[in-house]
Structures are given as structure tokens and as C-alpha cells.
Design a protein around this ligand. Structure first.
Ligand SMILES: [Zn+2]
Ligand SMILES: [Zn+2]
Length: 355
């Protein structure tokens, strides 16, 4: 099989041929039809996250060292089955089934995995991070339960739900917004932020307000269903949001993860509000401690989403309740060019690679 691998962090990916794996036990071999290129791939490629004050979290600190194959938004066709894979009537799959891969896979045997909270597992087998991913022509999946039907959806769009769609949905669920009075501010209308706009109407009853410094992204957010948009680089941006929300938002989701955006997210909250932190841009910020108790604020982190949330996302998408985000396909051989364009902020919506 052919893979485009990270051989050295930050250097161009290299094409490598290797033996196509034979599935064992409950494993399934999927021939990749498309794989999304995600912002978090940039961190995996470059090998580090910025923690502020010059400190860094490296991938080696997380136990991930090259060579490895990125790509966690994988869609493809089942081409080989391990001997223990159940048939379609028993919740399994058969050869020829077209499926999206749920990539956020735990060890499967520890306490949190057994209670379906695999994201909390300390020994993860994430496809495209800790197990070989979809920048390749084949991917091995450990169990049929991680393969999700996407009938009725375009193949190239379906794979984006495994990360950007799922991350957006899970973050929306963590806002705690329940009523029409609970407005939510989405900061950053890149790939994941735009997915949140698109899923927003299915989850949030109040207004969805998008803050982005880029005029093109704001207009794309409006076209995708945002009720209001605000340029968060202007001095009175916080006042504008207080005016729109009648005193402050119930929640803000920071899809960027810079000190400025997190600060903005906290500043627009009303009492008891929640900031959901999603973006991995990096760096650090000071926090006025008294505001936490006086304003009864919550800050919580959100990383991708659970298998149950993935099923909810796919059900919403298949029910036609989610307008599609712009998706463009490029050949797998252009993986390096696409990563560079993504790093330089030149991509609207999502690019998928096709082997
Ligand atoms: Zn991703
Ligand atoms: Zn586990």
C-alpha cells in the first residue's frame, strides 16, 4: 500500500510503499476513497503545540514519534474482514460497504473504554495519530463499531463529519445552552467553526453569533446560517455582542485557541456563562481570578467527540438537517501543497485528499 508519511516533523511528507495489512480478529481493511486535511494535522506535522512563555508541548511528549501516517477524516470501502467480524445483521459489515471511520479509538479494555468514554483512555489508538491514518490508499480499523454508514451523503463530505463536524457538534453540546434566551458566540469561522454554524440550528435555540476577523469568512458564516456576525478585531466588538444578546452570551466557543480569542470569549459571557475551548493555536493568558466566582463562569475544554456523538452527527446529516460546508477534492500526491495552503490560511471550508 501507498502512504504519505511524516518522516521528520515539519519536513515534506514522503511517499512510502509498504505491505497492505491483512485484518486479524475483529479488524477491517478499508480502501480509502477520501481523507480530510485537518488543522490539527498541522500540529502533528510540525510536531509541537505552543504553551506560552516560550514553553512547548512536543509530540514526543505525547509519545508520538515519526514515521507515522496522518489522516483522521477517512471514508472508504470495506475490502477485507478479519475472521471475527460479525455480518451486517449482527451489527458488523460486509465487503463493499461504504463507511466513514470513527478515528478516536481507545484501547478497548480499560475502565473508561468499557463505559464508552474512549476519549478519556490513556492508551489511545487514534487513526491518523497513533495508528496509521488516511493519507494512504488503505486503513486498518480495529472493530466494525467504528465504521459508520453515510448512505445518502456525498463521499467527500461524509469524511469531514469524523473530525470537524464531530468536534463542532460536541462543543455545541458542551455549551449548556438550552433555551431561546441562550445565545452562543462562535469565535473563528474556519473549517470547524463553520461546521458549528451549520450544526448550530439543530442544537442551539438562541442566536448564533459568529466572530471572525476575516470578512470573507464572516460572509460565508452568514450564508451558512449564522444569525449575526461581528468583526472581533474592532474595539467595540464586545459591546456589539452585549447589545445583540441583551447583556451577554450564555456561551462562547473558541475555535481558534489564542489568548486574544479566549479573552474575547470570556468577555462576551453573561453571569454563569461557559467558555468552551476547542482551538489549538496555542500560547497562554492571565485570568482575573475574582471574575470566576463573581461571574460564576465556566471554562471547559473539548476535544473531538464520542462515538455516540458521531452517530448523532451522522443521523442529523443523513436527515438533511445540516447544510454542507464547501469541500474540494485534491489528489493524495498533493498532500504537501495542501498542508502548506492550510497553514497559510488560504483554504475555505475543507480539502479532502483522494488516493
Ligand atoms: Zn481533525
Ligand atoms: Zn482504554
Amino acid at each position: 500500500m501507498l502512504s504519505y508519511q511524516v518522516i521528520e516533523n515539519g519536513k515534506p511528507l514522503e511517499a512510502r510503499e509498504s505491505e497492505t495489512p491483512e485484518p486479524e480478529g475483529s479488524e477491517i481493511l478499508v480502501r480509502v476513497e477520501a481523507c480530510g486535511v485537518c488543522h490539527s494535522d498541522l500540529h502533528l506535522w510540525e510536531g509541537e503545540y505552543l504553551l506560552g512563555d516560550g514553553k512547548k508541548l512536543t509530540l514526543a511528549d505525547r509519545g508520538i514519534t515519526p514515521p507515522f501516517t496522518m489522516g483522521h477524516e477517512v471514508v472508504g470501502v470495506v475490502v477485507a474482514l478479519g475472521p471475527d467480524v460479525p455480518g451486517p445483521d449482527e451489527g458488523g459489515v460486509e465487503i463493499g460497504d461504504k463507511r466513514v471511520v470513527y478515528p478516536w479509538i481507545g484501547c478497548g479494555t480499560c475502565d473508561v473504554c468499557l463505559r464508552d468514554e474512549e476519549l478519556l483512555c490513556l492508551n489511545q489508538r487514534t487513526v491518523g495519530v497513533r495508528a496509521p491514518g488516511g493519507y494512504a490508499d488503505h486503513v486498518l480499523v480495529p472493530d466494525a463499531k467504528y465504521l459508520i454508514d453515510y448512505s445518502g451523503l456525498p463521499t467527500e463530505l461524509a469524511c469531514t463529519y469524523a473530525c470537524s463536524g464531530l468536534t463542532a457538534y460536541s462543543a455545541l453540546m458542551k455549551t449548556g445552552a438550552k433555551t431561546e434566551a441562550d445565545d452562543v458566540v462562535l469565535i473563528g469561522a474556519g473549517g470547524v467553526g463553520l461546521s458549528a454554524v451549520v450544526f448550530g440550528k439543530s442544537v442551539i435555540k438562541g442566536k448564533i453569533i459568529v466572530a471572525d476577523i476575516d470578512d470573507t469568512k464572516r460572509s460565508l458564516a452568514r450564508q451558512s446560517g449564522a444569525d449575526e456576525t461581528v468583526d472581533n478585531s474592532v474595539p467595540d466588538a464586545v459591546d456589539k455582542i452585549r447589545e445583540i444578546t441583551g447583556g451577554g452570551a450564555a456561551a462562547a466557543i473558541d475555535f481558534v485557541g489564542r489568548p486574544e480569542t479566549a479573552r474575547f470569549g470570556l468577555d462576551v459571557l453573561r453571569k454563569g456563562g461557559t467558555l468552551v475551548s476547542v482551538g489549538l493555536y496555542g500560547d497562554a493568558m492571565p485570568l482575573a481570578m475574582v471574575l470566576m466566582p463573581l461571574m460564576m463562569l465556566n471554562i471547559r475544554g473539548s476535544y473531538v467527540g464520542t462515538l455516540q456523538e458521531m452517530h448523532a452527527v451522522m443521523a442529523l446529516a443523513r436527515a438533511g438537517k445540516v447544510p454542507s460546508i464547501p469541500v474540494a477534492a485534491r489528489p493524495l500526491a498533493e498532500a504537501n501543497a495542501v498542508l502548506n495552503e492550510l497553514r497559510d490560511g488560504q483554504i475555505l471550508g475543507r480539502i479532502v485528499l483522494k488516493p
